[in-house]
Design a protein. Sequence first.
Length: 394
Amino acid sequence: LSISSSQCWHEYPFSTVNLQSSRDGNTYNIDHIQVTTVNPPSYAPWSYPPICTSILESVGDKLCVYTNTSFSNNRGISLFTTPSIAAHVLTLPPFQSPSDLSDQAINANSGAWYLSQLPGRGLGLLATKPMVFKDRVTAYTPVSIAYLETELSTMEREKFWRIAVDQLPEKSRSMYLDLATVYGIEQVKYQDVVKANTFQMEVGAKNHLAIFPETSRANHGCAPNAQYYIDPNLLTHFVHATRPIEKDEEILISYTSPLESTANRQDHLSHGFHFKCTCSRCTDTSSDAALASIQSLQKSLNDWSDSSSGSPALAEELLQLYRDEGLEGFMDVPYGFAALAYNAVGDEDMAREYAGKALELGLMKDGSWTISAQIWREMLKGPSGHWSYRMRML
Ligand SMILES: C[S@@+](CC[C@H](N)C(=O)[O-])C[C@H]1O[C@@H](n2cnc3c(N)ncnc32)[C@H](O)[C@@H]1O
C-alpha cells in the first residue's frame, strides 16, 4: 500500500498497514483488515474516537480528548475540552486554512535560538545571533490544550491527559514528555509537566492550559529581554525581543508580573515553579524602591484635577524608570501615559508618537485583544479629538 505524503492518512487508522499495535499496549494481528475504508469515520477530522468524562457539574458538560495528528504538517494537537469548544476550534483558521500557519512561519524554527544547559536552571534558550526590538524569537501552536477544571480527581485527570498526549505524533509526544517537571512524580507525570510549563490560554471563552514545548524552554527573568502573547484565533504563542539581545545571551520571559513587589514575585515563583529567583531585580532592594516611584508617578499622571502635577516631564521620567528596570516589554502603560501627557499640553506630534508606541507594545504583550488598542488607534488618527487634548492648558 502506498500512501501519498499529502494524504491525511492518520485520520483513517484502519486503512493503512502501518497499524501494528494499539495504544493499550497489546499487539493485534491486522492481516485480515481489509484496506478498503474510504469514508471518513464519524469523528473526523479527529484522528481517534473522542474519549469523554461524564458530565462535570462545574463545566456543565463532559470533557473529551480530541486529537488531530495531521495538524500543522503532522505536529499534531490534542484537546481535552467540551464538545462545543472542540467544534469551535475546528472553525479557527489553523483548521480551516492551514496555510495561515505556514505562511507566517508558525511552527518553523526561527533560527533565533538554541538550547543550552545552564548552571542552576536546567535548559534555557540562547540567542544564535544579535537581535533587536520586535525580532521574532518563537511562534508555535500548542501540542496540548486542557480545560482548566478542578472537579476531576488528580488520578482521573492524569488518565485523560495521558491519553491526549499519547495520541500525539511521536515527535510531539516525546517533546512533551522530555519537558521539565516540578515534583518528579511518575504517577502524575503529565500534570507535573503542565505545572512546570503551562501557559493559560482562552479557547471558546474558557481558560485552558496549553503546552508549547519549544517555547517552554525559556527561563524566567524579572527584567526579561523578550515578551510573549497568545493569539487565540491562530492558536499561536509568539515571543519577540523587547530590547537588543546579544549573540549567546539568554532569552528570558517573565513568568509573573515584573511590576509586583520582589516578595510577591518570589512567592509566585517558589509556589508555582519551585525555584528561587536570583536575578538582580530579586536580590537588589532598589527594585522595590523603583516600583514605588513608578506607582507614584503613574498616580500623578492619572490625576486630571486642576492641582495635578502630571506633565510630559513626569511621563519621560516614568519611561526612563521602566527602561532602567529592564521592563521594556511592559511599556505599553507608560507610553500611554506619555501620549496623554503630551496631548494634554497640545503637543499632537508627541502624542501621536507615544500613542503609536503604546499600541505597538500592547500588541506585543496582549495581541490584538489588547483592550486599549482602540484608544491609541483613535489618538493616532487625530489627537485633538481625544478628551485629553489641551486638558492641562485650561
Ligand atoms: C518552563 S521551565 C523552563 C525550562 C527549564 N529550565 C528546562 O530545563 O526545561 C520552568 C522551570 O525552569 C526552571 N527555571 C526557570 N527560570 C528559572 C530561573 N530564573 N532560575 C532558576 N530556575 C529557573 C525552574 O525549575 C522552573 O520550574
